[in-house]
Design a protein around this ligand. Structure first.
Ligand code: HEM
Length: 317
């Protein structure tokens, strides 16, 4: 009797494990090849035009995909109006919604209710990196869109710029990403901007910072809280609009802008990975693209789960 129970339990576990692996196995590079063969080229033209007219948009779209995937998985939940958009790490900070809406409208015009907003966002992130001179990768497709979003999960699951190295490693590991993935994905901070309120404490109070760099950043980020909070500075002080490996060289000279950047090179377990990525651009590109595919595979909705939204900002009525 006990062994019969045990064997049926094992069978159930086996079936559950097989079902869990099927979810990400269902994503495929060729998902729209017959249903919407021009989807990817249409998205690319919208994204390339947007990044050409404002380089920072590439950074904003890459970040949007990250903030989507870390909250309920890559299901476009971040694109639903309100909700996650009101969470601490997102409010007054996330950008690029209108570019995604534009890409969605262009794709809807050629293939009605076929291509998900979650996939458009994953492709937009890749096309953004490429438009800024970074590496390319094959985006797996077939994600579907959520009907819900969670402000509470966005507040707990997105990493804070005040995080320690251990907190960052833990945060990414809960999403199935290892420490190397985490260091490689942080290399996204080779593009884009951050607001004074997110690096004020570092430039006034930390000691592991290049003093000329701190002085330079203090000039546009006043010390008193509430003064100049949203003033911007580039995350990569060297080449802010190029997707390269300069982010890591900056860390070697204590010029990381965020506390969570510099903890990657501060005498801890990530030091060697940072050194490697700083000296070897190909090693960074390879680790970054591998990690982007892994991040894009976080808990997708597939098959008949969720829906294909008609408009990325709201669920279908
Ligand atoms: C390791 C943990 C991370 C932390 C703590 C973090 C935190 C932040 C913060 C605080 C900002 C500035 C937001 C603002 O001031 O408005 C920022 C910007 C940015 N983040 Fe991260 N981030 C992390 C990882 C990532 C990852 C994994 C990616 C993408 C793969 C990413 C992509 C970006 C980009 C591109 C920007 C600039 C966005 C823009 O200019 O609009 N970050 N991040």
């Amino acid at each position: 009797m006990a062994s019969a129970t045990n064997s049926s339990l094992s069978l159930m576990l086996l079936v559950a494990a097989a079902m869990a692996s099927v979810a990400s196995a269902q994503l495929s590079a060729t998902f729209y090849d017959t249903s919407c063969p021009n989807a990817l080229s249409t998205i690319k033209s919208v994204i390339t035009a947007a990044v050409n007219s404002e380089a920072r948009m590439g950074a904003s779209l890459l970040r949007l995909h990250f903030h989507d995937c870390f909250v309920q998985g890559c299901d476009a939940s971040v694109l639903l109006s309100g909700q996650e958009q009101n969470a601490g790490p997102n409010v007054g900070s996330l950008r690029g919604f209108s570019v995604i809406d534009n890409a969605k409208a262009r794709v809807e015009a050629i293939c009605n209710q076929t291509v998900s907003c979650a996939d458009i966002l994953a492709v937009a992130a890749r096309d953004s990196v490429v438009a800024l001179g970074g590496p390319s990768w094959t985006v797996l497709l077939g994600r579907r869109d959520s009907t819900t979003a969670s402000e509470a999960l966005a507040n707990t699951d997105l990493p804070a710029p005040s995080s320690s190295l251990a907190e960052l490693i833990g945060n990414f590991s809960r999403k199935g990403l290892d420490a190397t993935d985490m260091v490689a994905l942080s290399g996204a901070h080779t593009i884009g901007q951050a607001q004074c309120q997110n690096f004020r404490d570092r430039i006034y109070n930390e000691t592991n910072i290049d003093s000329a760099f701190a002085t330079q950043r203090q000039a546009n980020c006043p010390r008193p809280t509430g003064s100049g909070d949203s003033n911007l500075a580039p995350l990569d002080t060297t080449t802010p609009n190029a997707f390269d490996n300069a982010y890591y060289s900056n860390l070697l000279s204590n010029k990381g802008l965020l506390h969570s950047d510099q903890v990657l090179f501060n005498g801890g377990s990530a030091d060697n990975t940072v050194r490697n990525f700083a000296s070897n651009a190909a090693a960074f590109s390879s680790a970054f693209t591998t990690a982007m595919v892994k991040m894009g595979n976080i808990s997708p909705l597939t098959g008949t789960q969720g829906q294909i939204r008609l408009s990325c900002s709201k669920v279908n009525s």
